[in-house]
Design a protein around this ligand. Structure first.
Ligand SMILES: Cc1cc2nc3c(=O)[nH]c(=O)nc-3n(C[C@H](O)[C@H](O)[C@H](O)COP(=O)(O)OP(=O)(O)OC[C@H]3O[C@@H](n4cnc5c(N)ncnc54)[C@H](O)[C@@H]3O)c2cc1C
Length: 368
């Protein structure tokens, strides 16, 4: 019987891995499971919230072209002893010999009231909901509070302020926004947010969310007709529930070949892998990580099935790309371990570079 490889999750890392596996192992069967039949360019979801219509990529067609099968469905259970993946749309669990775990990440849970009253930009359904609510709020000249001073919060606040100038946009950050950037990078981000009319509130730790705004540590209230929760990412708990060894808040603990530390027939890639990069630092949740990891896991699996030792992962970060609306941005140069240099590119040149990088990422995943 052909070796059965199941890839669960068809984002940047899973799709990259699946297509490469199908091409390099024509003798194996490769099946991909994903809740939607479309590939989602997740790095554009803040743009979707601002009204952008993303390009459609049909997963069944993409995968068929490389010789892989596609199942639309959500994996709900995983039995690593029996090597069975339970999928909500299948009557019988899906058996595998090798599993590639590529579930990505989800919005980090917020404080009291966040689940009921805040929206996120972490998945396409939420991004579309945010788009609809922002449109009606803008007509009333209302206020939106974006919670989270990391890159996702910054990109979202800038995008909403530029696309809806009649909206009042507040960015609430527990510390200084953009704290992972260099001083020059951070100065440019703050100047651009100011130019776009975003009210930046540093040292504003949100402890509760209400329909009409948020409460800060210390008791002050900030009014907002809509709250966007963008304060970081967690991961789905499928692996943890299945008894697979996890680290870093539920990410699959892997060795340097991305193989699970507890189950040798499971590999993890992308945001849901607790992988370590140069200098032993946890890898950034990003396409810059997800795509090379997807490709590398495919090569490791193919090498082992062919009886060869896999090559080592050679990996260095080069830049971080931040969009600040459609006409401005920041390219932050970084050392191989992702720590920032002072060198940056800003303005429309940076926006153009970021757009090229985003297109390249989609092309690397989809092949289109
Ligand atoms: C608004 C926003 C902006 C971002 N901007 C950038 C940026 O500028 N640069 C950058 O590098 N990164 C950016 N990121 C982060 C980047 O999107 C992620 O790091 C990247 O998508 C990770 O790829 P992945 O393959 O691990 O996961 P994903 O691309 O999230 O794919 C995971 C897939 O698994 C599927 N899945 C989940 N659960 C199940 C299940 N139970 N069963 C089956 N399938 C499942 C999901 O539906 C999805 O299709 C941004 C993220 C967001 C939300």
């Amino acid at each position: 019987m052909a070796h059965r490889i199941v890839v669960v999750g068809a984002g940047y890392s899973g799709l990259r891995a699946a297509r490469r596996l199908a091409r390099s192992l024509p003798e194996a069967s490769v099946t991909v499971v994903n809740p939607r039949a479309q590939f989602v360019e997740r790095v554009r979801l803040h743009q979707v919230a601002a009204g952008y219509r993303p390009r459609e990529y049909a997963l069944p067609d993409l995968l068929r072209a490389d010789g892989a099968e596609f199942v639309v469905g959500t994996a709900q259970t995983l039995d690593p002893r029996g090597r069975l993946l339970g999928v909500d749309t299948l009557a019988e669990p899906l058996p595998y010999d090798t599993l590639v775990y590529a579930l990505g990440s989800v919005a980090q849970a917020g404080p009291a009231g966040a689940a009921e009253h805040a929206v996120t930009v972490a998945d396409p359904g939420q991004a579309r909901l945010l788009r609809d609510r922002v449109d009606s709020l803008a007509r009333e000249r209302g206020t939106v509070a974006v919670v989270g001073g990391g890159l996702t919060g910054i990109e979202t606040a800038a995008e909403l302020a530029e696309s809806h100038p009649e909206l009042r946009v507040r960015l609430l950050s527990a510390g200084e926004p953009g704290s992972t950037l260099s001083d020059r990078g951070r100065r440019h981000v703050l100047a651009t947010l100011h130019r776009l009319g975003v009210e930046v509130c540093p040292e504003a730790k949100v402890v509760a969310v209400y329909p009409e705004g948020v409460e800060l540590a210390g008791g002050a209230r900030v009014e907002a007709g809509l709250t966007v929760w963008a304060s970081g990412f967690g991961v789905p708990d499928l692996a943890q529930r299945a008894g697979i060894a996890v680290a870093d808040g539920g990410r699959v603990a892997v060795d340097s070949s991305l193989r699970s530390l507890s189950h040798s027939d499971v590999y993890a890639v992308g945001d849901s892998a607790a992988a370590h990069g140069p200098g032993g630092r946890p890898m950034r949740l990003s396409c810059a990580t997800a795509l090379p990891l997807g490709r590398y896991a495919a090569d490791v699996i193919a090498a082992r099935l062919h009886g060869r030792s896999p090559r080592e992962l050679r990996f260095r970060y080069l830049i971080q790309c931040v969009s600040l609306g459609r006409r401005d941005g920041l390219i932050q140069f970084v050392a191989g371990d992702d720590s920032p240099h002072e060198k940056v590119v800003t303005g429309s040149g940076a926006a153009a570079i970021k757009e090229r990088v985003v297109r390249y990422a989609a092309r690397s995943a989809t092949g289109r």
